[in-house]
Design a protein. Structure first.
Length: 438
C-alpha cells in the first residue's frame, strides 16, 4: 500500500458510537464528569498490526512504543500484549515500563540527561542504552570496566540532515541538542575509533524528528546512519555494528480521519533510501509513539456557557490548556479538529458559524479553536477534540489546579456493544489537595 492509499482506522461513526455509549453509561455527565478522554482499543490493535505488517516477518525488528506519548499503565500493558517493546527517556518512564511488565531486553533508554544511577540501573537490568554524547560514553566505560553488561549498547548520532515544518520537533538540525553530530569536524573518525576500542558497542541510533518531518527526510537520516554503520564495520574489518535504531517520528494527519502516511509508505521510503536495512544484516528497532495512538483517541467536554464578544460567539467548556497544551500555546503547529454534538452524543448539524471554543483556564489564550466554523454550540452540548490518543490526555498541565480527567478505553464485542475499561480514573479534588499538601 502506498502513501496515497492510507489506512482508515477510526471515523465519525465509530466516535459517535463510543460517545453515545459514554453518555448512556454516565462516563460523561454535566455535573459528575463534564470532561473525559477516550481511546479506541480496537483501533490501537489495528494500528499496531499495520506497523508489524509493514516490515517483513523474516527481519529481526523490535517495535518499541515511545512511552512519552502515553505512559498510562493499562495502555502500556496492552501494547506489550500486542507485541510492542517500550522506549523510555526518564527514570519515571523506565519504572513505568518495568511495572507494565516489559522485559528489560524489550526496553530502550534514550534520555539525553541520564544520571549515573539511571545508567547503572539500566545496565544492570539489561535494558538497551543509546549513548547520547562523549561524556556519557565515558560514564558507560567506567560501568563496563567494573561489570560487563548484557545490554545492547549503541551511540546516538545526529545525521544533521536538516529540520522540518516544526522547529521544536526537528532533532537532526546542525545544532540539535541530541546525539553526536556526525558531520562536525573529527566526529566521524573519532566514532570509528570509539567502536574499535569497545567491542561492546554494537548499535547506532538516530531520530530525525516527528510531526512536520517529511518521510524522505526521515529516510535520508536513517540512510546516513546505515551508511556510517557500514563504514565502521568496513574500517574495523568485522561486523561490529549489528543493530540500527531507526527512531520514531512518523507524522500524524490531523486534517481528517485518514491514517496517512501509513507504515507501509514509511517502509517503502526506507527501502528506497537504505535497502541494506531489509537484507537481514541488522537488528532493527523503531520508537514510534504519537503515530501509534493519536488517531484512536478523542477528548469530550460539555459546553458550560456561551456568550458573544465583539460579534463572535464563544463556547466555554472544560477541555482547554490542561489537556490540549500544545494546541493552546502553539495553535499553528498543533491545530485540532473539533466535532459538535447534542447532549446525547448525536452529531449536531446546522449552518457552520465561526466561533471560539474556550477552555476553563484563567488566562485569555486558553482557546482550543479560534473562529472555527461549527454548528452553533449551546450550553449542555458536547464538543470533541479529535486525534488525541497520544500526549493530550496523558500529559496533564496542572494549571489552575484543574484535576486530571478520566481516560477510558473502548472496545466493541461481537454484538456491537461498546465496552469500557478505566485507563486512568478521574482525579478527585480530594486527591489533588492531598498531592499538593505537605
Amino acid at each position: 500500500m502506498s502513501e496515497n492509499r492510507p489506512i482508515p482506522l477510526i471515523g465519525a461513526e465509530r466516535r459517535e458510537l463510543v460517545l453515545r455509549a459514554a453518555v448512556r453509561q454516565g462516563l460523561l455527565h454535566p455535573e459528575e464528569a463534564p470532561l473525559a478522554a477516550f481511546l479506541d482499543l480496537d483501533a490501537v490493535a489495528g494500528t499496531v498490526a499495520a506497523l508489524h505488517a509493514a516490515f517483513p516477518a523474516a527481519l529481526d525488528v523490535r517495535h518499541a512504543f515511545a512511552a512519552k506519548a502515553n505512559p498510562l499503565g493499562p495502555v502500556l500493558r496492552r501494547l506489550r500484549a500486542l507485541g510492542m517493546g517500550c522506549e523510555v527517556a526518564s527514570p519515571g518512564e523506565l519504572a513505568q515500563a518495568l511495572a507494565a511488565g516489559f522485559p528489560p531486553e524489550l526496553i530502550v533508554l534514550d534520555s539525553p540527561a541520564k544520571t549515573r544511577r539511571e545508567l547503572a540501573l539500566a545496565l544492570d537490568l539489561g535494558v538497551s542504552v543509546n549513548i547520547d554524547n562523549w561524556q556519557e560514553l565515558a560514564r558507560v566505560d567506567s560501568f563496563q570496566a567494573r561489570r560487563r553488561s548484557s545490554s545492547r549498547i549503541g551511540v546516538r548520532i545526529n545525521p544533521q540532515v536538516g529540520g522540518g515544518r516544526i522547529a521544536a520537533m526537528s532533532t537532526a538540525t546542525a545544532t540539535s541538542k541530541f546525539g553526536i553530530p556526525l558531520a562536525d569536524t573529527g566526529n566521524a573518525a573519532r566514532l570509528v575509533e570509539a567502536f574499535r576500542a569497545r567491542p561492546w558497542l554494537t548499535e547506532l541510533h538516530c531520530h530525525v524528528g516527528s510531526q512536520g518531518i517529511d518521510l524522505d527526510l526521515m529516510a535520508t537520516g536513517i540512510a546516513t546512519t546505515a551508511a556510517f554503520a557500514e563504514r565502521i564495520n568496513r574500517e574495523l574489518g568485522r561486523r561490529q555494528v549489528t543493530g540500527i535504531d531507526l527512531g520514531g517520528g512518523l507524522p500524524v494527519n490531523f486534517a481528517d480521519d485518514r491514517t496517512a502516511p501509513g507504515w507501509d509508505a514509511y517502509a517503502e521510503r526506507l527501502r528506497a533510501h537504505a535497502p541494506a536495512l531489509f537484507d537481514g544484516r541488522y537488528r532493527l528497532t523503531t520508537e514510534f509513539g504519537r503515530s501509534v495512538l493519536a488517531k484512536s483517541g478523542f477528548i469530550a467536554s460539555y459546553v458550560e456557557y456561551t456568550k458573544e464578544a465583539g460579534g463572535r460567539p464563544i463556547a466555554i467548556g472544560h477541555a482547554g490548556a490542561q489537556v490540549a497544551t500544545r494546541t493552546v500555546f502553539a495553535p499553528e503547529s498543533w491545530p485540532l479538529r473539533i466535532s459538535a454534538h447534542h447532549p446525547t452524543g448525536a452529531p449536531k448539524h446546522g449552518a457552520p458559524v465561526p466561533q471560539d471554543v474556550a477552555g476553563p483556564c484563567c488566562f485569555a489564550g486558553d482557546l482550543v479553536a479560534r473562529a472555527r466554523p461549527l454548528p452553533l454550540l449551546a450550553p449542555g452540548d458536547l464538543y470533541c477534540l479529535l486525534d488525541c490518543g497520544a500526549y493530550y490526555p496523558s500529559n496533564h498541565f496542572a494549571y489552575n489546579s484543574l484535576p486530571e480527567p478520566a481516560v477510558h478505553g473502548a472496545s466493541t464485542d461481537a454484538s456491537g456493544t461498546v465496552r469500557f475499561e478505566t485507563l486512568r480514573p478521574a482525579q478527585s479534588v480530594e486527591d489533588l489537595v492531598a498531592r499538593t499538601d505537605a
